[in-house]
Design a protein around this ligand. Structure first.
Ligand code: SGN
Ligand code: CA
Length: 551
């Protein structure tokens, strides 16, 4: 055969192979950019796309309006660093080893950004990671050490060492993100960008421009603010996250330490005043003056009203203070999400970019009288999730399927045309996103929380959750089962585990839970090993076993 027909045959073969590619998102030339926006402790109750009673978030809602809103998204373990580890590895906590916030992430885990980077993606991360070490697989990163702080935060950077930046954390993380998009992004490479906010994490310090506006607002109380935890087991009763009993007066409610002294309010947590000093103490003179302008009058009014306040009044007062500050921090997230969306629009980047907005877990906004998270009960188990991909995901759609933070890795890898490692445990959301919901077969998800004993004292538990029911086992210092009928008891106030009417359902859920544990490779033996490692680790690193409130 002479050269010409050979060449034609080869070209024909190439054309044939190319034409065989089924889906456009698998084509190398069209690999989408991915912007993963995640906030820390952002409850779905505080996003107007879900619920507009507390706050308007028009910019975050833009993502939902452009794409798909997930109304049943959840996490596998409702706490910060473990959730992030699950997101990055696509594996449950007992497999990736990051079960709690206390010990560093095992960097021998394979994470999806490493795979994207190897496959030619440009990768960058800005904001809160909380791993105890630096992220792998990133061409650029600027991250907060640990939890980070709201005012004048410090950043650990890939190329410029560690330094402090004056200003407000949410604005600064966004400035860094926009600067990267404008000056470092390479036009000829797809990118993965992690834009990770510290807000609205405790101690909830709004930006100077939002303090006054939010401090004047009053918010509707949740139906279960005065929950007495009857009808449930010991875990709800022994948890230390009640607004009245376990919030810090100074650190959380912003009562000045000297006012606590004046009113004879004890530092019950032992670090109440310290938390205030750690955050408010960092402010420069101008920031502090703007702060005092709003909080001084609040403190003065509190000095007057405190002596005659009933326990109920105190609860109500604390709820309002909590919401004013928590939601105030969300106002700046929303503005800054808007800045990034505007940039994408103005620079022709909307078309082939997947935009995700989520949180590392949900949060209690006074439901059950609580703040914080950790429990598998809805407000902390569920997490906000919306995904836009203009042209690919139909605008303004909703999904109530049981999706999890476990699913991101495989979703992004599929979008990038990369075959995920076989040991990842999630499922790609691509069928749901592209209108092929019939290919989605999941009926239950698995949950396992480990960080106990520790702050907030939420007992170790694992659970199976379906759209209708939740079966939970609390273990270690108790052996208690709880069953909730999600449709008939949406506030999860009545444990029906021992009710004869639920016997069959209970037996079926037990079987399904066993099967799920097998599927994900979890067992009592593993739980025992992880518990021992945790207790030994706390001892070895001299960390408090039970930082319990003085009762
Ligand atoms: C801090 C908070 C806790 C919170 C944990 C974990 N206290 O310890 O309330 O549960 O972080 O949060 S604080 O007053 O120091 O902020 S997580 O989001 O990192 O898991
Ligand atoms: Ca968190």
């Amino acid at each position: 055969m002479n050269k010409l027909p050979k060449l034609i045959l080869f070209a024909g073969l190439l054309f044939f192979l190319f034409a065989c590619q089924k889906e456009p998102y698998e084509q190398i030339s069209k690999r989408p950019n991915i912007i993963f926006i995640m906030s820390d402790d952002h409850a779905y109750q505080a996003i107007s796309a879900y619920d507009s009673r507390l706050i308007q978030t028009p910019n975050i809602d833009r993502i939902a309006n452009m794409g798909m809103l997930f109304t049943n998204a959840s996490v596998t373990n409702s706490i910060c660093a473990p959730s992030r580890a699950t997101i990055l590895t696509g594996k449950h906590s007992h497999i990736n080893g990051k079960t709690d916030n206390h010990f560093p992430f095992d960097t021998t885990n394979v994470t999806f950004p490493q795979l994207l980077q190897e496959a030619g993606y440009q990768t960058a991360m800005f904001g809160k990671l909380h791993f105890g070490n630096n992220p792998k697989g990133f061409d650029q990163f600027k991250i907060l050490p640990g939890q980070g702080v709201y005012y004048n935060p410090i950043f650990i950077t890939k190329n410029e060492g560690t330094y402090e930046v004056e200003g407000y954390v949410t604005d600064i993380i966004t400035d860094m993100t926009l600067d990267w998009l404008e000056n470092e992004r390479k036009a000829d490479q797809p990118f993965f960008l992690a834009f990770l906010h510290k807000a609205p994490h405790r101690e909830w310090l709004p930006a100077e421009r939002h303090i006054e506006e939010f401090a004047q607002k009053q918010f509707p109380e949740p139906a279960t603010l005065f929950d007495d935890y009857s009808g449930r087991g010991s875990a709800t009763k022994e948890a230390e996250m009640n607004l009245l009993h376990h919030m810090n007066w100074s650190g959380d409610s912003k009562i000045y330490p000297e006012v606590m002294d004046q009113l004879g309010i004890p530092d019950a947590s032992g670090w109440d005043k310290g938390a205030f000093k750690r955050e408010v103490g960092r402010m420069n003179n101008q920031q502090r003056a703007n702060w005092d302008k709003v909080y001084q009058p609040i403190n003065e009014a509190f000095i007057k009203s405190f002596p005659s306040m009933s326990e109920k009044d105190k609860m109500r007062w604390r709820y309002q203070r909590y919401m004013q500050d928590y939601l105030g921090t969300i106002a700046s997230i929303d503005e800054n999400v808007g800045r990034v969306l505007d940039y994408l629009e103005a620079n022709g980047l909307m078309e082939n970019t997947i935009i995700v907005y989520t949180s590392d877990q949900g949060f209690y906004l006074g439901e059950h009288g609580w703040f914080d998270k950790r429990f598998v009960y809805d407000e902390s188990f569920k997490t906000p999730l919306m995904i836009a991909w203009p042209g690919k995901v139909k605008a303004g759609t909703k999904s109530d399927e049981l999706v999890q933070n476990l699913d991101f890795a495989q979703t992004f890898l599929e979008a990038a045309g990369i075959i995920p490692p076989a040991d990842m445990q999630g499922e790609s959301l691509m069928p749901l996103l592209t209108g092929q919901a019939d290919k989605w077969t999941r009926e239950a998800v698995y949950y396992h929380y480990y960080e106990y004993p520790s702050i907030h004292m939420v007992k170790r538990h694992y659970a199976i959750v379906t759209k209708k029911y939740k079966l939970i086992h609390f273990y270690y210092d108790v052996d208690e089962w709880e069953l909730y009928d999600r449709l008939n008891d949406p506030h999860e106030l009545k444990n029906v585990y021992h009710e004869p009417a639920y016997k069959e359902i209970k037996n079926k859920l037990h079987q399904d839970l066993d099967a799920l544990r097998k599927k994900y490779g979890d067992s009592s033996e593993i739980s025992q090993r992880l518990l021992q490692e945790y207790l030994n680790g706390l001892k070895a690193t001299d960390q408090n076993l039970a930082p319990s409130f003085k009762k």
